[in-house]
Design a protein around this ligand. Structure first.
Ligand SMILES: [Zn+2]
Ligand SMILES: [Zn+2]
Length: 318
């Protein structure tokens, strides 16, 4: 089958054998989305060799066992962390932190820019019929956005600042808007601002951000300048949620964070079922992020397009 292979900081289309994993479902990929993590993998920020891609929607074509067989023919999305169910993290209810995990298209597990992929049945979620493929493919990043509300309470009376309105930032903005909080978003590109305005989400310019005023600040730029803006905005005893990874090491004045008694929350993968539900109920619409779509045979072009400044989601059709 055709697949997008990453090796030595280079991606190329390869013909590789169809995957087969004992006790896992074989999934025919319909669509996969290019995410910032994919672009960073190509730049070599994490060591990985294999098929990349982790945001997808597809159909189960093979599965074993009585339970497994009931999934054949189902349209599904899949959680990306495959866990051991035996380590201390797994047994303590922190499966996304499994000490032996593999991660779809990111750590020791071939991903989804391919005709087929595999995942354990336990990772799969059925997609409601009313959620089209181009929406379902956003389930993973939308779940990551919802992880914030799984981690901290966002009160309707909270003043919340979101720094960054890129791929993940847009989804965070849409989900935070549902809480009724007093939300403002720092968005750099005109198109990002338009998407927010169209949903009635208010934007704020950097100059208008008063320091020490915000109860919750979400940092979704992954840049040192975004972090320092977020740090400046948060009030004493406020909560800063870090929603992006940072390239290499970052220099931070931790004494001021101690003195201001800031809560720092790292935030990664989130719950799939609420993400699917919000899309089914049309309370969020991630499809407004779609900038382009390419065939798998043009996946290299898809990556070039996704790397352009201000481009949000690029999809690849298998
Ligand atoms: Zn991603
Ligand atoms: Zn484990």
């Amino acid at each position: 089958m055709q697949a997008l292979w990453l090796e030595d900081h280079k991606i190329s289309l390869r013909d590789i054998p169809q995957p087969r994993q004992a006790n896992e479902a074989l999934i025919k990929v319909r669509k996969a989305g290019v995410c910032s993590t994919d672009l960073e993998l190509v730049k070599g920020y994490y060591p990985y060799t294999g098929v990349i891609g982790h945001e997808f929607v597809g159909d189960v074509v093979e599965a074993e066992g009585t339970d497994g067989r009931s999934w054949i023919g189902q349209r599904v999305v899949g959680e990306i962390n495959v866990t051991c169910n035996q380590c201390e993290q797994c047994l303590s209810g922190r499966p996304t932190h499994c000490e032996h995990r593999t991660v779809l298209g990111i750590i020791n597990r071939d991903g989804t820019f391919a005709e087929y992929t595999t995942l354990p049945i336990a990772n799969l979620h059925r997609v409601p019929a009313s959620v089209p493929d181009e929406m379902a493919v956003f389930t993973e990043p939308l779940a990551a956005a919802l992880e914030i509300q799984d981690q901290i309470q966002v009160k309707p009376t909270d003043r919340v600042l979101l720094v960054g309105a890129g791929r993940l930032g847009q989804l965070i903005a849409q989900t935070l808007a549902l809480t009724g909080c007093d939300l403002r978003v720092v968005a750099r590109h005109a198109h990002q601002q338009e998407l927010l305005k169209a949903r009635g989400i208010r934007i704020i310019s950097e100059e208008d951000i008063k320091p020490w005023r915000w109860d919750i600040v979400i940092e979704a730029t992954g840049s040192p300048s975004g972090f320092s803006l977020a740090r400046k905005a948060i009030r004493p005893r406020g909560t800063m949620v870090l929603k992006s990874t940072y390239k290499g090491e970052m220099s931070v004045n931790f004494s001021s964070i101690v003195v201001d008694e800031i809560n720092l929350i790292g935030s990664r993968c989130g719950p799939f079922e609420p993400a699917l539900r919000l899309m089914e109920l049309k309370q969020v619409d991630p499809t407004v992020l779609i900038a382009d779509e390419f065939k798998l045979s043009d996946a290299l072009k898809a990556f070039e397009r996704a790397a352009e400044a201000g481009v949000l989601k690029v999809l690849v059709e298998s």
